[in-house]
Design a protein around this ligand. Structure first.
Ligand code: VGL
Ligand code: ZN
Length: 248
């Protein structure tokens, strides 16, 4: 009698244990899979020429030491959370078409029509191998640095492709790393951050923009750019919020 009851209890316990194990595997598996939906980071153009800190040729408002420090600290946090970090680097030849100096009778910040688009003529900046082209945060943070704007004929605000339609290695790199969601921030909100984020959305990535880690060339175009990114489906966060980044 006692041994029979004991046997019954044992089998009930066994069934329960197998059930719990099964449920843990199934539900735990899905929850885990969701949590590991892979997140990557793109740090856009944190280069000397875009900063006040380095007296850059195209220095953007608010790019002081505190800003660069905030970008570096934020990037470290995201790396420690396990996300692969990618950077874009504006990397122009000295005769690049976006430089006003490459056009006769043109002044800095003139706007011309180029390849059927409006092109701002910038001061020469981020010339290949120059000091101003260097990325200002610890380069060891990056899994890869994607150079852009290397073709003298085309500008490339986007880290994904230039104005001639030639793709960089960004999308291949992200796909290789199984990235589905992208945290994006950097310089400039209204140019390279905007173009990179919009191309990321168009390429099927879920985009999270960290507003306080972005700086723009002008307030009105920056505000417009943020609204545009939001309208296209990007999530705008004021600051890094790991819970929201993982759960959004
Ligand atoms: C950028 C203007 C020219 C940028 C690059 O990084 O936003 N802006 N080249
Ligand atoms: Zn440029």
């Amino acid at each position: 009698m006692t041994s029979k009851r004991c046997f019954m209890e044992n089998s009930v316990v066994k069934t329960l244990m197998i059930g719990i194990l099964f449920l843990t595997l199934v539900f735990g598996g899905t929850v885990m899979a969701k949590e590991t939906a892979k997140i990557g980071v793109i740090v856009v153009d944190i280069q000397g020429d875009f900063t006040k800190l380095k007296n850059g040729s195209l220095a953007v408002e608010g790019t002081d030491e505190a800003y660069i420090k905030a970008v570096e600290e934020g990037t470290k946090r995201l790396k420690e959370a396990g996300f692969p970090i990618f950077a874009t680097q504006d990397w122009h030849p000295a005769n690049h078409i976006s430089f006003f100096t490459s056009h006769k009778r043109k002044k800095v910040f003139d706007v011309i029509k180029l390849h059927r688009k409006e092109q701002v003529l910038w001061p020469p900046h981020c010339v290949q191998k120059s000091l101003g082209a260097e990325i200002l945060i610890d380069n060891k943070l990056f899994k890869a640095i994607v150079k852009k704007g290397t073709d003298p004929r085309y500008d490339s605000y986007s880290g994904f492709k230039d104005d001639g339609g030639k793709r960089t290695e960004m999308d291949t790199l992200l796909k290789k790393n199984k990235i589905e969601r992208l945290v994006i921030y950097g310089i400039a909100t209204d140019y390279c951050v905007r173009a990179t984020a919009l191309d990321a959305v168009a390429s099927g990535y879920k985009v999270i923009l960290i507003k306080n880690l972005c700086r723009g060339v002008a307030p009105d175009t920056s505000q417009k750019a943020i609204e545009e990114m939001k309208a296209k489906g990007a999530v705008i966060l004021d600051d890094i919020d790991l819970k929201k980044i993982k759960g959004n």
